[in-house]
Every structure is written in C-alpha cells, then in structure tokens.
Design a protein around this ligand. Structure first.
Ligand SMILES: Nc1nc2c(ncn2[C@@H]2O[C@H](COP(=O)(O)OP(=O)(O)OP(=O)(O)O)[C@@H](O)[C@H]2O)c(=O)[nH]1
Length: 407
C-alpha cells in the first residue's frame, strides 16, 4: 500500500520549506545514507524503498480519528476548499489550480491536532493497490464534495458506494456532504438541489440497507462564508470536549451580557466552538473580519524593545475592543493554541439611557462609555477565567500535542 510518499533526497534538499518532516540528523558514509527524521504524530514510516529512497508513510491509527478525508469527483472543488480555508488563498485564484494527482495532507493544529487529507477525484480508491480499509478505519470524518453546478447523478452513485464501504469498516465515521459552488445558483434552485440530493442519497442508502446512516448536508461556496461555517461544524464534531466547551461559553454569555461568542482558530477562521444560541451568518462574518482587522492593526505597531529587558519580557497577549454604533461592542482576546475568543456585546443599558433619545450628545457619550467601561471590566474578568479553564481543559484533553508527542 502506498499512502503518502516522501523522497529522502528531496527531503534533505527542501527541509527548510517542508514543515511536516524534520531531518534530525543524516550521515553519508561509504555510499550509505542514514537519515533520522521527525514525523508528525499522525504518521509512522511503514517501509523505505532503498532503490528509490522513497518512504511510505501511514496514518498512525493511535490518534488519527481527527483526520478529515476530502473526497469527490474531479473538478468538484476539493483543492480550492483546502487552499481557501487553510492557506487564505483568494477564491478567484483557485481558477488556475491544477488537477490534483496524488493524495495530499494538510496539518491543522488548533484545539485538537487534525489532518485534512484530500484524495484526488481521478483515483480509484477501491483498486487492490489501495489499502482503503485501513484508510477509512482511521479517519474521523468523510467530507464528500458535490459540484452543484454540474450534473451530479454520477457523484451521488459514487457517494453511496463510498458511504457503504466507509460505514462497513468504520461505523463511527461522520459523513458530511458539501453541496458545493452554490454561488452560481439562485436561492430557489439551491433549495431544490439540496432537497433533490438529500432525497436521492436517502433512496440510494435505503436500497443498500443503510437507512440508519446519518449524513449531514451543507450548502457551500468558497466565495462566501458558507464554507467556513460548514468546516466549523465538521471540525466541532471531532472535538470530544465540545459539550463542556459550549457549556462554558453559555455560562460566559449569561454572566457577561454577551450576545454571541465564538472561539475561532485565527488562521483558518473556523470556529471550534460557540455558545448554544443559533449562528447568524452576518454575526459570524463581522466577528471573523474583526480578527483580520485586529491583526492588521496590531502589525502596524512595533514594540520598542530598547526599554525592555529581553529576558523578562512576556509575550504580548492580543486584546482588542471596538465600539460599534448603537452601543454594540466587538471584543477579541487571544486564547491558547492559535485560538481567539471573539464576542459581540449588545449594550442594551447604553441604548436605553436618556441621553440616547435627546439631543444631549455629550451626555450620551459619557454615559455610554461609563456603562461600557463597567461591563468591560466584568467581561475581561470572566474571559480571563474562561481562558484559564480552557487551558486546563486542553492540558487534560486526550489529544496529545504534536511537539510533546515527538520530543
Ligand atoms: N463557482 C465556484 N467555483 C468553484 C468553487 N470552488 C471551486 N471552484 C472552481 O472549481 C474548479 C475546480 O476546483 P478544484 O479545487 O481544482 O477541484 P478538485 O476537486 O480539487 O479537482 P481534482 O484535483 O481534479 O480532483 C476551479 O476552477 C475552482 O475555481 C465555488 O465555490 N464556486
């Protein structure tokens, strides 16, 4: 079986760029090359072909249930999704992406370490060369991408075949279907397409005797936030601590006059948790964009190192507050492991002050700011408590961080 390959000679050459493999040492003696490499925690070396110097890497079954497998027919949009969500590529730039020919894996390190493995549409995973059984048994979620702008009947047949196989070898697998490229469809047509795809998939599964299998459907496009929303929900299902996290966020909302709170992965804008109130896509957009604004503004200011003793300097913690019109506040605070908490605080007290209704603008501003300062102090305090709890939760989490696993 050949899952993932790396050429040792090339690895040595491009080790600076390659973040997944780290060469610890190598020795070239009497025509013999000995290389010692550090692998990401998800992989083990199965064998090394001494002729070609290629190593076969296999997902490590111990901790790979946080692997997402991205599948679908050719040109469905799989690579574009990976590039846009995990590499901040502009959606229009995906027009020039070449077809993927080999399986590729993205490492995504957030509250949990997870990998997103993309299988090219042109490969047949059920041919004998592929150890599909081992692959499917070690993953947490199967994400199948359907191009909604194209004829999708073949994709649905392919999907049910994959579900049948995946469910047989791994009944715990989450099956997620992205009805993708909906930006090209009218609102009515989107709903019709979704209904039709759900109906046909249900019928196919019924024919296969798999009516009990849970399949989730998402309408997505890389041209809006729907793809982030879908991936957020998919990733959340793989976080074992999600119920406790949501509970903590609900408590925070309750005790801090917060309207909506998200725990974001800063790089990808995926939210790994939110409170239990429904997610309104506009609130999500505002909060996600606030992360970019905060980071851009933060980059503008360079700290003056001259005054500080470098040894005693603590890493700076990002915190940003923005007062919106009508008394609402956007609040961001850096958490652990590339996460940030972003909250929308609707300041009802400030809105109902008498100063809001008459012409005394100065008085209104002063009162608003007094109320906001008071509530911000409480919010700061509560969010600090949340951060400490999050830290404790992560330390006790069963997901072992990559670094400590390999050191
Ligand atoms: N309109 C629209 N086009 C999209 C969207 N996502 C991807 N595309 C386009 O779809 C085309 C194919 O995308 P790819 O990401 O290469 O598809 P793929 O599934 O990786 O294809 P293979 O590598 O052949 O398996 C590209 O031209 C993308 O720009 C979307 O949400 N909306």
């Amino acid at each position: 079986m050949k899952k993932s390959k790396c050429n040792m000679k090339k690895t040595l050459a491009c080790v600076q760029e390659c973040k997944k493999l780290v060469v610890l040492s190598y020795e070239h003696k009497e025509n013999k090359l000995t290389v010692s490499i550090k692998l990401p925690s998800h992989y083990t070396v199965q064998d090394i072909d001494t002729q070609t110097m290629e190593a076969t890497l296999l997902p490590n079954p111990k901790d790979t249930n946080a692997t997402i497998l991205l599948m679908g027919l050719r040109r469905g949009g799989k690579s574009s999704i990976c590039k846009v969500v995990f590499h901040n590529m502009q959606p229009l730039d995906t027009l020039y992406l070449e077809s993927t020919s080999k399986p590729t894996t993205e490492q995504f390190s957030s509250l949990i370490d997870l990998s997103v493995m993309e299988l090219p549409g042109q490969l047949n995973y059920f041919e004998p060369n592929y150890d599909s059984e081992r692959l499917f048994s070690s993953i947490g979620a199967l994400v199948y991408v359907i191009d909604s702008q194209d004829e999708y009947l073949n994709a649905l047949t392919n999907l049910s075949m994959i579900i049948e196989f995946a469910y047989k070898v791994n009944p715990k697998i989450n099956i997620e279907v992205l009805i993708h490229k909906i930006d090209g469809l009218s609102e009515d047509y989107r709903m019709d397409a979704q209904r039709d795809i759900m109906q046909r998939t249900g019928d196919e599964l019924l024919d296969l005797g798999l009516e009990g299998v849970q399949v989730s459907f998402y309408l997505t496009s890389i041209f809006d936030h729907s793809i982030y929303e879908a991936f957020s929900r998919i990733v959340q299902k793989l976080i074992p601590e999600l119920p406790s996290l949501e509970n903590m966020l609900d408590n925070l909302v309750q005790h801090s006059s917060i309207d909506k709170v998200f725990l974001f992965d800063v790089n990808s804008k995926i939210y790994v948790a939110t409170d239990s109130s429904p997610v309104d896509i506009q609130t999500y957009e505002v909060c996600a964009e606030f992360i970019d604004i905060t980071i851009d503004l933060d980059d503008l200011y360079v700290e003056n190192d001259d005054d500080d003793d470098n040894n005693t300097k603590q890493p700076r913690e990002l915190r940003s507050v923005s007062h919106l019109s009508q008394g609402s506040i956007l609040y961001l605070k850096q958490m652990i492991r590339g996460l940030a908490l972003v909250a929308l605080i609707k300041n009802e007290d400030a809105r109902s002050l008498p100063g809001n209704n008459d012409n005394d603008f100065d008085q209104k501003l002063q009162s608003n700011s007094a109320v906001q300062d008071k509530s911000l102090t409480i919010i700061d305090y509560n969010i600090n408590l949340f951060k400490k709890a999050l830290m404790r939760m992560w330390e006790h989490s069963r997901f072992v961080p990559v670094e400590s696993n390999n050191n």
